[in-house]
Design a protein around this ligand. Structure first.
Ligand SMILES: Nc1ncnc2c1ncn2[C@@H]1O[C@H](COP(=O)(O)OP(=O)(O)OP(=O)(O)O)[C@@H](O)[C@H]1O
Ligand SMILES: [Mg+2]
Length: 367
């Protein structure tokens, strides 16, 4: 049973504030992923929880008790780093057993636990080897084994597979997930890779410049981004964002993007959902899969010209020029023949997001 809570955590390095009033509650057994660009404060947050870094304000609580005054060794939290921090002169077996040597466990208990962790991580046949004889993936398995063996209250992982090549990363990602399902432990995992975050997390915590932007399930941060930063940080290719002018027409509502000659048709309900903000400076966000295109004219579809077509294997990304803005649409592969083709596009209202341009905040419109 391990809950972790951060309350009003602030951290400065000299005059620079790198964590700004961070509040977060992590439940027992939860797999939390801290996601954000380089320098946004992920590692600092993790190190503060582990006790490797002090904080300037706020509380860090484990199971309701403040622990920010405890030394790292007294927090019972294990951390796995990106760099393979194994002892080179020790065998794999000794590396995994190392954290248990300081406990009062007997030799045979230690032996049992090392072998059990090795089985879980499928590295039993490597126990006699030295780290220098291992591949990157196996080294990281050993590092995870060493963290797991003492059954810590929580596991903190800082880009643990970031140094591996793409194929191995995918493999290890699945393994880490399997391990978490099997062992179950409160885990905080840091990455700047959104695919990794989406595939592993129960909840993703998105940070930007030391400020928490949104906490939610992978589906929530993807389908209901709280602000423009999250909207454009999560999802690939990135969400299209354009200034939007909303106007009422006779039978519907039209949304005109960045200086275009004509607007896209939206249902009348948009006005009430915008809740008085229809006249504000708005931005419309639409993911490439929400830009629908067809070859022939139809109600609600605007004529547009294709620009660059990017074939991505199972689908294409087609750039469409709308006013001064480029909209990227996702289509079946080969749907358009290439640049310069005239097609008809519309924005799926059900997939549209509206943001207040000044604050960047989502207006929470769902059609
Ligand atoms: N010991 C330190 N002294 C001074 N500044 C630091 C120190 N450690 C980190 N910083 C600064 O704090 C900010 C946050 O760093 P942090 O390492 O937490 O970012 P990160 O999100 O982990 O980035 P990355 O994805 O590159 O690992 C950065 O601007 C960094 O330069
Ligand atoms: Mg880092």
């Amino acid at each position: 049973m391990t809950q972790i809570e951060l309350r009003g955590v602030q951290k400065f390095f000299g005059a620079v504030q790198v964590i700004k009033d961070l509040n977060l509650k992590i439940s027992d057994n939860e797999f939390i992923v801290l996601l954000g660009q380089s320098g946004c404060g992920k590692t600092t947050t993790l190190r503060a929880i582990a006790g490797l870094e002090t904080i300037d304000e706020g509380d860090i609580l484990i199971d309701g008790k403040p622990i920010q005054h405890l030394k790292a060794a007294d927090r019972d939290i294990a951390m796995v780093f990106q760099s393979f921090s194994l002892y080179p002169h020790m065998s794999v077996y000794e590396n995994i057993a190392f954290p248990l040597r300081a406990t009062r466990k007997s030799k045979s208990e230690i032996d049992q636990e090392v072998r059990s962790v090795a089985r879980t991580l499928q590295i039993s046949d490597l126990l006699a080897k030295k780290p220098s004889a291992l591949s990157g993936g196996d080294m990281q398995r050993v590092a995870i084994g060493r963290a797991l063996v003492r059954r810590p209250k929580a596991m903190l992982m800082d880009e643990p597979i970031g140094a591996l090549d793409a194929k191995l990363r995918e493999e290890m990602r699945a393994e880490i997930k399997r391990l978490h399902i099997k062992q179950g432990s409160t885990t905080i995992y840091v990455t700047h890779d959104q695919i990794e975050a989406m595939s592993l997390a129960d909840r993703i915590v998105i940070m930007h410049e030391g400020v928490l932007q949104q906490v939610g399930s992978p589906d929530e941060v993807y389908s209901r981004p709280a602000n423009l930063f999250v909207a454009q940080f999560v999802g690939s290719p990135v969400m299209n964002v354009a200034d939007a002018a909303v106007a009422e027409t006779a039978s519907s509502v039209s949304v005109t993007l960045g200086g275009a000659a004509a607007g896209f048709e939206f249902p009348q309900a948009l006005l009430s959902k915008l809740n008085g903000h229809a006249g504000d400076q708005l931005a419309l966000g639409i993911r490439p899969e929400g830009v629908l295109i067809r070859h022939d004219a139809a109600k609600g579809f605007l004529p547009v010209e294709t620009q660059i077509v990017e074939p991505l294997g199972s689908f294409d990304i087609v750039d469409l020029k709308v006013g001064s803005k480029m909209l990227r649409a996702r289509t079946k592969s080969g749907f358009v023949s290439g640049p310069g083709e005239r097609v008809f596009a519309r924005i799926d209202p059900a997939q549209a997001h509206f943001f207040d341009t000044a604050s960047g905040k989502s207006l929470g419109v769902r059609l």
